[in-house]
Design a protein around this ligand. Structure first.
Ligand SMILES: CC(C)(COP(=O)(O)OP(=O)(O)OC[C@H]1O[C@@H](n2cnc3c(N)ncnc32)[C@H](O)[C@@H]1OP(=O)(O)O)[C@@H](O)C(=O)NCCC(=O)NCCS
Length: 179
């Protein structure tokens, strides 16, 4: 199977994104169609009449000078293949380019995943006040959720890696179409 291609989400992706999130037990109550602008999606082109399939998603919700990294999800059948990491790196690249200083997140059981990507656990109370006032912090995520943070000072070194990923994925797609 070829690798998924990452791209900015479009308004028409909203239903597929929320279906993936709901299937993984992640909250969608505070998301509206307008919020797709925060999302990057992973698209697997089936190359068939069924058309394109969204197999992963993730978002950075800007809050003040920082971002809330949220709604990171990969379709169950494609997990453990590095797609989650690619999505997070792509989101960091976008957030860094937008001038955000750091990304905060809350997670129930994916601390190990985020730790390998350079995120550090902090007390929820250490997050900036504006972050703590967000719906995810204030009411949606349980108090047992772990708060993690990563500064984006080194995000500038990721674009090359992301574009190399995309080039590789496109090459795979072309190869598949020819065969
Ligand atoms: C978390 C998630 C996005 C990771 O996507 P992925 O494509 O599997 O991630 P990668 O392949 O890049 O990395 C996988 C590695 O991360 C770690 N990891 C991933 N999910 C983990 C979890 N829930 N708990 C502990 N470690 C996890 C493991 O070390 C795993 O390596 P392994 O497969 O060799 O054990 C995916 O598991 C998922 O959709 N989970 C449900 C939604 C969720 O919890 N999202 C995070 C909250 S925002």
């Amino acid at each position: 199977m070829h690798r998924a291609v990452l791209r900015d989400a479009q308004p028409g992706d909203y239903a597929a994104i929320t279906a993936l999130l709901t299937g993984a037990g992640l909250p969608v109550d505070d998301l509206s169609p307008d919020d797709v602008r925060w999302f990057v999606v992973a698209q697997a082109d089936a190359g068939e009449a069924a058309g394109c399939t969204i197999v992963g998603a993730g978002a950075v919700q800007p809050i003040g000078e920082n971002g809330l990294l949220r709604s990171v999800v990969v379709a169950p059948a494609l997990r453990s293949g590095g797609l989650g990491a690619r999505l997070v790196r792509a989101l960091e690249t976008r957030a860094g380019a937008a001038g955000l200083a750091a990304l905060y997140l809350l997670t129930g059981d994916a601390q190990a995943f985020f730790r390998t990507l350079g995120y550090q656990t902090i007390d929820r109370g250490e997050a900036p006040e504006a972050m703590r006032a967000s719906a995810q912090f204030a009411s949606i995520c349980p108090s047992s959720a772990t708060c993690m943070v990563r500064t984006l000072a080194d995000a500038a070194r990721y674009p090359e890696r992301i574009s190399a990923d995309v080039v590789e994925a496109q090459r795979d797609l072309e190869k598949e179409k020819r065969s």
